[in-house]
Each structure stands twice: as C-alpha cells, then as structure tokens.
Design a protein around this ligand. Structure first.
Ligand code: B12
Ligand code: SF4
Length: 515
C-alpha cells in the first residue's frame, strides 16, 4: 500500500519515503450513493469475517487490482460462506482480466467507472454531480527512521478530477480501463467546479496542498487556467502535485505553472527512443532542469524493457535517465497487462508467459512476456540496477527535493504575487529546520555510498545555512545527530526484516438510517 517505497525510492534504504495510501475508488463510491454503506480499507481476514457476520449486507463490493487476484477469490469465498444472501460485485483494475467471471465466485464484474455503475444498480441517478470526499493523501509517513507526526493540514488532500487518459499509450492500463485512446471520464469539467471542491476540502482538512489524481492534469489547459483565475481572485496560495506528460507541461510557461501552484510533477519519460507522442519535440533534460530551477520537484518515470532495448543499449538508456537528475525516479518494467493494446499485441504474437503468478505482474519484479532481446531473469537485474544507480549517482530523493526547494525559494522569495511567495515560504520553513538537519545526517551517512554526492549535500547545506544562518545551524546541530542515529537504527531494522503494514479502516456512511 505504498507508492514511493514500492516503485520509486525502493533502493534508498532508510532514506526511502514510506507512506501508505487509502483506496480512493471505494471511498469515492461510498460518498456518492445514498444507501447505508461501510468501507473497509486494508481489512484483515478476521476483521472482514467479523463485519460480514455482525451486519447484514445486501451487496458486498470488492475492489482490487490484478496483483491481489487471490485475495479477491478468497474474499468472494468468505462472503458466500458467511453472508450467503449478499450479492457480490467486483470492480477496479482486476476486472480487466479476461474471463474473471469464471475464475471467482462473484455475481457482477464491473469494468470501468464504478460510481455510475453502483448508482445505476441501486436505482439512483447516475448523472447526479459527484460529491468528492475529503481524502488525506497519505498516512503514517516515515523517513530516516522517524515517523512524522500527523497534524491536521500537514498532508496534502487528494483530489480526483477524472479517471482515464485520452493519450492511450499502448501499455497503459488506466487509459485502457476507462475507454482507451481519446476517452476518459471527467468528474469535474470546469475550473470553477474544481475550485469549489477544493475550497470545501481546504476548510474541512485545513490544507493548502493538493495531490491531484488525474492522469494528465495539465492536458486540460482551459480547466487549469480557469482554476488559476479563481485562485488569484480569492488569493489562494495552494500547491499542487500533478501527473503530466511532457507535451502537456509544454502548453504552459514556467510562470504559469508556478502561479498555478504546481510544486511536484510526475512525468512519464519512458525512453527518448520509444517515439511516444507525448514526448515528441521535448528535450527532457532541459525541461527537468528548468522545472527544478523554478522550484518544481520532478518525478521521472522510465520504462525498462521497451522493444528496442537490448543488453547492449539498456545500460546507456538507464544512465541517460539517471542523468536527468530528477528529484524522484520510478523505473518500471515494460509490462503487458490484460486490457491494454500492448497485451493484445503480445498475446497475438504468442509472447505472453503463461505461468507467471498474477501477484508478480506489477512491473517491479520480472518480465511477464518474452522480450526480443532481454531474458526474464535479466529484466530484474537491469531494473534493480537502475534504482541503485539513480540512488548512488544522485543521492537520496530527500536531498534532491531540498535542492529544488532552495532554488524555488531563491527565485521567488520576492515575487510580486503574495500567493506564490507564501507557498515558497511554507516550504522553506521545513527546509531551514528539519530538512537541514536531515541534510546534516545524510551528508555523513552518504559518505559510504558516494563521497562526491556527500560533498554536494554538504554544499547545499552550506547554502541553506547562508540563507537562514541561525535556525538552520541550530537545527543541524541539535536534530542532526538524532536523525543520524535514527537512520542507522532504521537500517538495522530493515536489514533484520522489519516491514510496515497499514492499519485497518472501517468507515460507515448513511448508517443511522440502516438501524
Ligand atoms: C493510488 C494508486 C495506488 C496506491 C494504492 C492505494 C490503495 N490503497 O489501493 C499505491 C500507490 C499504494 C499503489 C500501489 C500499487 N499499485 Co497502484 N495505482 C494507483 C493509481 C495511481 C490511482 C488509483 C486511484 O485511486 N484512482 C482513482 C480511483 C477513483 O479510480 P479507481 O481506483 O480505478 O476506481 C474506479 C474504478 O476502477 C471502479 N472501482 C474500483 N473499485 C471498485 C469496486 C467496485 C465494487 C466497483 C463496482 C467499482 C470499482 O470505480 C472507481 C470509480 O470510478 C492507479 C493509476 C490510476 N490512475 O488509476 C495505479 C494502479 C491502480 N496501480 C497499479 C499497480 C500495478 C500498483 C502496484 C502493484 C505497483 C507496484 N509495483 O508496487 C501496487 C500494488 C498495491 C497493492 N498491494 O494493491 C496498476 C494496476 C494495474 C492492473 N491492471 O491491475 C495501476 C492501474 C497503475 C498502472 N497504470 O499500471 N497504487
Ligand atoms: S500519458 Fe501517461 S496516463 Fe496517459 S495514456 Fe500515456 S502512460 Fe497512460
């Protein structure tokens, strides 16, 4: 249930950013039906059994992605045994599996958007406006062996303006699941609607920061620019983390992005040689540098095992991806997943491997298809190496983020728009205190990985201390040694096999009317 540690910072040891994320699909469905409804997130088997026997449910909906297929099958079995009159509905990306109906004991398998399906099924108005629940984007954050205290407003809120993506890249499950090329489902069409939702969630959760869960938020320029207009009118100093393709980012000037509050961008870099339309005409190295110089953190995403990759050129491709020096870098194996054009192509060519466990089809282990030049075993070696290489050459992502924050602050601290200044001031408060102490500890700890990166960290810390002489030095001196100790303790814990699991959530809605 982690994003960073599973697929982004997984080779960064105790510097890896650890954080759990809720299951937003079922939270959204619950918020948009009028029937009494319980959401169980991350239930243990015992908790699920207890719930099924304590309350009577007409419908049990199960949400899953492909990797959790076995859990879905078991949950269906449990429902049949413990609540035999319930109707079982299975949705989410696992539904893209051809023939799922014959592999599990469910009454309905729902492909695509689930709110409208559930509303239709319950006889409610499927076209009613979408009510967005207040969602805290991450929980139980942990880094360098320290659990960050949770306070109201401290973590971004998740906003889901749409599902799907019209770009239709051949491997992309999300695009395929919600209609494929040219199609997607918009929950909020206009900047005005989005602004209203954000205002409500801002006051409910006391946040300034939003994680926008839209596959390509910046692609819809008129919606984004209207949102900016409304933000300016109301003086909102918000910040956004978004997913965006390079061609969509290029629709904006840097100043527009900064004024809009874009502070973190997840950008698919895939491979410069792959010819994806979204990357055409963009110098990725230059774009990444420019974004970072404007205080926008970049998370790059590179695919390992594209058709043109061979054992001879893959190293060079990884090196060039690492050379972009993004703040975060995800590497993913090229993975044909049921429902995508890529899967169909590979299946038609007889190249899908048939004996791969669904639990292993997630792009972070080994190929699930026969690649033209790279073996299944080697796919894992190249993938693991890419993560290690990025860490060794560029250092911990936390350090890179600090670098971007400082650049943003230096460029915009005197910017005429108060909203922009305030945003960088909020970030720099952390940079000058806790993050500077983290730099102090990283600098020491990283010497054993790469001395020249350790020197770069030292240089950055000196710059931070020049900007904020008192607070930054005090923090480094007082908190730095504690963080160094906790980092080392965490390394030992991880080495001895410690893992982290999310807690179980049980949330009821429209519940009184059920009794
Ligand atoms: C947030 C997210 C996560 C979070 C998960 C949080 C959680 N608690 O589940 C984190 C970061 C932890 C994560 C981890 C992983 N993820 Co993920 N993740 C996403 C992401 C970016 C957004 C999902 C989301 O919330 N979307 C918004 C909601 C509203 O949409 P939704 O979930 O699809 O729900 C809608 C419908 O599917 C449907 N629906 C969903 N559930 C149900 C249930 C019923 C009963 C019904 C009727 C309908 C229904 O209705 C909803 C509203 O329309 C998607 C990509 C994407 N943009 O969708 C990938 C995605 C779901 N993840 C994916 C993968 C592969 C993984 C990992 C395996 C990655 C890895 N290598 O580790 C892990 C596995 C985690 C696990 N053990 O399950 C794949 C799934 C591929 C597949 N075909 O199964 C996706 C599609 C990304 C991709 N394009 O490859 N992920
Ligand atoms: S741009 Fe990204 S989200 Fe859109 S189809 Fe391509 S990979 Fe999927």
């Amino acid at each position: 249930m982690e994003l960073y540690h599973n697929q982004v910072t997984r080779a960064q040891g105790s510097f890896s950013l650890r954080m759990f994320h809720r299951s937003w699909g079922i939270m959204l469905i619950q918020a948009n039906i009028s029937a009494p409804c319980t959401v169980m997130d991350f239930p243990t088997q015992q908790a699920f059994a207890r719930e099924l026997t304590t309350n009577h449910y007409d419908i049990v909906g199960i949400s899953s992605i492909l990797v959790n297929f076995v859990k879905v099958r078991e949950m269906c079995r449990m429902v049949r045994e413990l609540s035999p009159t319930s109707v079982i509905v299975v949705g989410g990306h696992v539904a893209a599996l051809p023939g799922l109906e014959t592999m599990i004991d469910a009454d309905h398998v729902v492909r695509g958007e689930g709110i409208s399906w559930m509303r239709r099924y319950l006889g409610e108005d499927e076209h009613a406006p979408i009510r967005h629940p207040a969602i805290v984007s991450g929980l139980q954050t942990r880094i360098m062996g320290v659990r960050i205290p949770e306070r109201k407003g401290g973590t971004a809120a998740t906003i889901i303006p749409s599902v799907g993506c019209p770009m239709g890249c051949n491997f992309c499950t999300t695009s395929a699941f919600f209609g494929g090329k040219g199609k997607f489902v918009n929950f909020y069409e206009t900047g005005d609607e989005l602004f209203d939702v954000m205002c409500r969630i801002e006051s409910e959760l006391k946040v300034h920061s939003f994680f926008i869960m839209d596959e390509n938020f910046l692609l819809h320029r008129s919606r984004a620019m209207r949102l900016l207009e409304r933000m300016k009118e109301s003086g909102k100093s918000w910040e956004f983390s978004v997913f965006a393709s390079a061609n969509a980012i290029r629709k904006y000037t840097m100043l527009e992005l900064v004024e809009l509050g874009i502070s973190w961008v997840w950008m698919g870099l895939e491979s410069p040689k792959a010819g994806y339309r979204k990357l055409q005409g963009t110098d990725i190295g230059q774009l990444t540098r420019e974004l970072r110089q404007h205080g926008i953190r970049v998370q790059g995403s590179t695919i390992i095992g594209l058709e043109h990759h061979t054992p001879d050129n893959i190293i060079e491709e990884i090196e060039s991806a690492v050379g972009y020096q993004t703040d975060f870098h995800q590497f993913m194996l090229y993975t044909p997943v049921p429902g995508t054009p890529l899967y169909k192509e590979m299946a038609d060519q007889g190249r899908m491997l048939t004996n791969v466990d669904f639990a292993d089809i997630h792009g972070q282990f080994k190929f699930n298809f026969r690649h033209g030049a790279i073996s299944r075993e080697d796919s894992k070696k190249f993938l693991d190496w890419a993560f290690r290489r990025d860490f060794e050459r560029n250092g911990p992502s936390l350090y890179r983020m600090c670098e971007t924050m400082l650049q943003g602050w230096q460029r915009y601290k005197d910017y005429p728009d108060r909203r922009v200044r305030e945003r960088f001031e909020r970030q720099v408060k952390k940079l000058s205190s806790a993050y500077n102490a983290a730099l102090w500890a990283m600098e020491r700890e990283f010497k054993k990985v790469n001395r020249s990166v350790s020197e770069r960290i030292h240089k950055l810390r000196s710059e931070v201390e020049k900007e904020f002489p008192l607070i930054a030095r005090l923090s480094a001196a007082s908190l730095g040694p504690i963080l160094l100790w906790s980092t080392r303790r965490e390394e030992n814990r991880l080495a001895s096999g410690r893992t982290y699991e999310p807690p179980t959530f049980v949330e009821r809605r429209n519940w009184l009317s059920a009794s």
